[in-house]
Design a protein around this ligand. Structure first.
Ligand code: ARG
Length: 572
């Protein structure tokens, strides 16, 4: 159920009854449970407009609200706020409905869309490193929520498989006379490093590398065959990382830059024909008045280089056309490092002007900050190298396994390893997803593996606590009507009924941390409820009501964590 909307509708009716129909209702959670469940704001503004006394007007609204099917009581507080308590029967009924529903009472969105979401999208030919982590896990969570809300989600892994790095690699292998040998990922890594050194030190080598890029993009068979080998090795490595992380990405979602090669000239020609791209010093450029540089000149969005080469921007333009035209995307999301914000703004603006992005298609840049070390600098190894993703994930699993063993020394090794894997991966993902993605965040092993605070282990443990209740509960009636009497029973019920509201806001804003904060709140409330309200020691109806609240808590924790891409455990 959409709790927020339901309460807002009640308030709107009361506003109308009090003579301020149409004034905006601002509904917030109560400042503290002592005041009730929600607080209505907005009366003060309406009173000012209507030149009425805010307190008196608020009283009229409160009188109109009190004692109906949804609201138990409405009290005026301060100069024009109204504190609301929800009707326990209304809560009980909706908890029962949610329990009987495999979707836990969450309706699909009325406005379903085909959403194309671009995430992970590493540049190939190098091993995946920590810089690829955020896009991969943030994008995955957003895609899960959108799918759960009933949208058609098309995942696109826009891998960088077409740039200079491949020319460099080919040039290096030819120079080393190794172009005919088979190689593995570790070779590729080493070739890449060596090739980069050659590229930077020797201009002749750099020219050769660029020639190979031209050959590659022109379809030279020998170069293509080598390129294919590089790409396949890199992609199978990336897929292994995705599988370890438990991401939804599959090989079928790979739609790399190379895919758009044949379309690039057509796009530039089209932009030129439409008068958008113009010649500028040999290059083809779209001048955008919307983006002025510091001298007040229109920004140049270069779509073709002098000499005919194409760029990142050319590919992305072709890509927008494809995602809208061929994939039928109605909403395009790009989960990319915030340093690329300007590129995407310019891309969207150009695409709108060119008609690739019609007005009814939304395009959103879902930016995120940098993962920092505890020293406040971008996360690196002690020697200052970039950290490989496989190493980071191995360390997470190792640390979590040791932690699990220390808490539970009797655990068999394989079981500890299993739990350690689930907890370790969860800790890394949750540490990221629980923070506002737009900020930088500090990667801190101790904090993310703590059993206290807003962490994966805390939430996973809360889930196992709920499960342990049911192990001891025996037979109970899952469908009996609930009677909510204790304040903490009510408070937990209200929170559980906010699940749909929260998922809607994640789907709209693409901020997974709203969901994380919600789950943390559910787990915290459950733990207070669990202390204050004995479940199994209570009698009949009381025990049954508490079991139902516990059941829905467990179901919501599990479903919610799954939407963050995090697994639960029955014991840990
Ligand atoms: N491969 C790019 C990078 O590593 C990210 C691609 C993002 N997606 C896109 N359509 N441009 O920076």
């Amino acid at each position: 159920m959409n709790l927020h909307q339901t309460v807002v509708r009640e308030a709107e009716q009361a506003f109308a009854a009090a003579g301020i129909a149409g004034a905006p209702v601002v509904l917030q959670p109560a400042k503290s449970a002592d005041f009730g469940d929600f607080q209505i704001n907005g009366v003060m503004g309406a009173a000012k407009k209507a030149q009425q006394n805010p307190r008196e007007l608020a009283q009229k609204v409160a009188d109109a609200l009190a004692d109906n099917a949804v609201i138990q009581s409405a009290e005026v507080a301060g100069p024009g706020f109204i504190n609301l308590r929800l009707n326990p029967e209304f809560l009980a009924q909706n908890i029962q409905t949610a329990l009987a529903d495999p979707r836990l009472g969450v309706a699909e969105t009325a406005d379903k869309k085909t959403v194309v979401i671009d995430y992970s999208s590493p540049n190939l030919a190098k091993e995946m490193h920590v810089g690829h982590l955020r896009s991969s896990i943030i994008g995955d969570s957003i895609s899960r929520v959108l799918e759960f809300m009933g949208n058609t989600v098309i995942r696109q892994n826009h891998v960088g498989d077409w740039g200079t790095q491949f020319g460099m690699l080919v040039a290096y292998l030819v120079e080393q006379q190794q172009a005919d040998t088979e190689f593995k990922l570790s070779d590729l890594e080493q070739f890449y490093r060596a090739a980069k050194v050659r590229f930077d030190e020797d201009p002749a080598f750099a020219d050769t590398a660029r020639e190979y890029v031209v050959k590659l993009q022109g379809g030279d068979e020998k170069v293509l065959a080598l390129w294919k080998q590089f790409v396949e090795i890199s992609l199978s490595h990336a897929q292994a990382v995705y599988d370890t992380l438990g991401l939804k990405l599959t090989p079928a979602d790979v739609a790399g830059e190379s895919m758009y090669n044949d379309d690039l000239q057509a796009v530039v020609d089209d932009l030129t024909a439409k008068g958008l791209a113009v010649e500028d010093d040999g290059a083809k450029v779209v001048f955008l008045d919307e983006f002025k540089n510091k001298d007040g000149e229109a920004a140049a969005f270069i779509v073709q280089k002098k000499g005919g080469g194409f760029l990142y921007a050319s590919t992305d333009l072709a890509c927008v056309r494809y995602r809208v035209g061929k994939l039928g995307g109605q909403r395009l999301l790009y989960v990319v490092d915030h340093r690329q914000a300007l590129h995407f703004e310019q891309l969207f603006t150009t695409s709108r002007k060119a008609g690739y992005l019609p007005e009814n298609v939304e395009a959103q840049f879902i930016g995120f900050g940098t993962m920092m070390g505890k020293d406040g600098k971008p996360f690196k190894t002690r020697s200052g190298d970039t950290v490989k993703l496989v190493d980071l994930l191995d360390e997470a699993v190792e640390r979590a396994t040791a932690l699990v063993k220390s808490k539970n020394p009797d655990l068999a090794d394989d079981e500890a390893a299993n739990i350690g894997h689930t907890v370790g991966i969860a800790a890394v993902k949750y540490a990221d997803l629980s923070k506002n993605r737009t900020s930088d965040y500090v990667f801190d092993w101790d904090a993310m593996l703590s059993f206290e605070g807003n962490t994966a282990p805390y939430l996973q443990y809360a889930y196992t606590r709920v499960q342990s209740v049911f192990k001891k509960a025996g037979e109970w009636d899952t469908a009996a009507p609930l009677t909510l009497t204790e304040p903490l029973e009510k408070q937990l019920a209200v929170e559980l009924l906010k699940f749909e509201d929260v998922l809607n806001s994640v789907a709209d804003t693409a901020y997974p941390h709203y969901l994380a904060a919600y789950l943390y709140q559910v787990a915290t409330l459950f733990s207070r409820f669990y202390e204050a309200c004995p479940i199994l020691k209570a009698e009949g109806q009381v025990s049954n009501t508490r079991l139902q609240l516990a059941k829905l808590t467990g179901d919501i924790l599990q479903q919610g964590l799954d939407l963050l891409g995090i697994d639960t455990l029955d014991v840990m």
